[in-house]
Ligand binder design. Sequence first.
Ligand SMILES: Nc1ncnc2c1ncn2[C@@H]1O[C@H](COP(=O)(O)OP(=O)(O)OP(=O)(O)O)[C@@H](O)[C@H]1O
Ligand SMILES: Nc1ccn([C@H]2C[C@H](O)[C@@H](COP(=O)(O)O)O2)c(=O)n1
Length: 669
Amino acid sequence: MFSTEFLDIPPLTEAAGTVRLPGSKSISNRVLLLAALASGTTTVHDLLDSDDTRVMLTALAQLGCRIEQGDGTLRITGLGGKLSTPQAKLFMGNAGTAMRPLTAALSLLGGDFELSGVPRMHERPIGDLVDALTQLGCHIDYLGNPGYPPLRIHPVTLQSLHLDAPIRVRGDVSSQFLTALLMALPLASYRDITIDVVGELISKPYIEITLNLLARFGIHVRREGWQRFTIPAGSQYQSPGEIHVEADASSASYFIALGAIASEGLRIEGVGAESIQGDIRFVEAAAQMGARIQSGPNWLQVSRGAWPLKAITLDCNHIPDAAMTLAVMALYADGPTTLTNIASWRVKETDRIDAMANELAKLGAKVEAGPDFIRVFPLPADGWRAASIKTYDDHRVAMCFSLAAFNPASIPVRVLDPHCVAKTFPDYFETLFSVVKPLSVPVICIDGPTASGKGTLAVEVAHELGYHYLDSGALYRVTGLAMRRAGLDADPAHETQIADLARTLPLRFDAGKAMLAGEDVTDAIRSEAAGMDASRVSALPAVRAALTELQISFRRLPGLVADGRDMGTVIFPDAPLKVFLTASAAQRAERRHKQLISKGISTTLDSLRSDLEARDLRDSSRSVAPLKPAEDARRLDNSTLSIEQSVDQVLNWWQQAQPFQAAPTKASP
Ligand SMILES: Nc1ncnc2c1ncn2[C@@H]1O[C@H](COP(=O)(O)OP(=O)(O)OP(=O)(O)O)[C@@H](O)[C@H]1O
Ligand SMILES: Nc1ccn([C@H]2C[C@H](O)[C@@H](COP(=O)(O)O)O2)c(=O)n1
């Protein structure tokens, strides 16, 4: 997951391969609550692990449910309709799928509860649900603005509820209100309970998911059209024992769009034609825009059909979440695309109509929007602009705008606060990067002499940008260690054997540790002697050649920061930023001295200085790939700079090389 301030997605050209999607948020949170209300233990397979499901799980644990994590499964032992913890303060984050159903369930369970969330949750309406529950005899107070969380729920007895008349709930603001009642009322079903929907019910497919899952837990709701729902007297929750969560159909929309825009064949696994999720009908919308789609029970295969995509006008009431993806696909269409009946976008994680309109306009698009529609005009190749996409703490904004990286102008896209995808798809960008082909992967090279601070700087810069990191020196150090262990010497007579060792190193980097054939050699390769051995083996041309491919393989999306001696001159000559980092020999010796002393290794300043000077001399005077600045390298002498100042300088240089306007980094020193 990317927890950086922003994520720059380089221009992308194609997509191919297979993605397996995480579990559906809507199904996961419903299943968790139903399992918690039921008697018995439910084993849940493929549950989504995300911010919203964690919020639900934490609340259920607070309420006294037993929750056990297994290998890819979660076991939850339900309350059987009876509270074991009658009082709690529950934090719902920004999870509507937790806030609404828990409000209803807890109102009937008879305890004293406080439910709150993040500031945006306190702007998301809940008044219609509270009105319905109050009508029923439940006792709920608003702790902030009337009609919105936070809420205080007071205990009531089931016998005191007014179940004789139908319970009326509005269906035209959020279908979650009806879902919440449908999941809560079986707790009170000592007689038939009828719910009447007031107004046109939106997002009906979500109600179908609710009804489907209720049936799995033993509750068979009778439905008259979409206006009246009856929970039969005597309904009782019963765990189904095992339940599988299918992959998220809304999450599939990004990959369906990806296939339509840029693939000759992208396979999506975990969700397909037999999905119970309404957003699976995104498939029809994408096909209307030109995507070629084949499907099986739980898979989809998508490729580009019509190109440019075909503009559409579509009532999106049945696919409110996935429809956001259509708004970005519209940029690649042959005319304006109009998405209607999307008023619910305005009360989601953010006002999604405004958010989409603002950010699409930043890309250069003409957009028209109203209370319940958005019209997006396609962008010609010369109309695209580099944009920093604000994501409004809305996972779907972040995910759908990643598709803008396929723009024909080959402009990168900056996604601010990429971490927001954690709400439903924590590994979204990693999954995307596993199937797309970039025009080029950006690399920042940091070369320089020993102990100049290359590694420290490179790690920090990589961390800030969410890039991969290559410590090329470690490869030579491990090769030196392998040479010693094989009883060889770093001289030309053993060059071929050492090169063979280098080519087949069973080396893995794991959480900053160097693992050689499963052995942690991180400390062993950090000694001064290991540095000298590395310097010696690195002067052998066959060894350098043997390690080239491995180093190049580190160049992966979204980018790489590589430190060494020849990163900018030999391994990544096309890198857009090359830094040659130096510091005085005295400073370097002092830093290394401090470093070694802090590790409990005793040494003297003088010997360190003469060792590092000898190493620099060997590294810069060898015949192949000698240590020297690339012609286009920027020089940075950090003798008098702190680590933070050096990092800021490199990030500023990087920012200057980007087309985005807003400077995201701190001021240069
Ligand atoms: N700008 C700086 N100011 C002060 N200390 C620094 C600075 N940069 C790095 N250091 C410190 O200097 C020491 C050496 O840094 P580092 O290991 O990153 O150097 P290096 O160039 O990667 O070395 P080598 O080439 O031997 O692997 C570390 O203890 C680090 O914290
Ligand atoms: N790109 C590189 C990286 C390293 N080496 C050699 C020369 C160094 O003295 C030695 C150890 O590197 P360090 O870990 O200190 O960065 O490895 C090289 O030739 N080319």
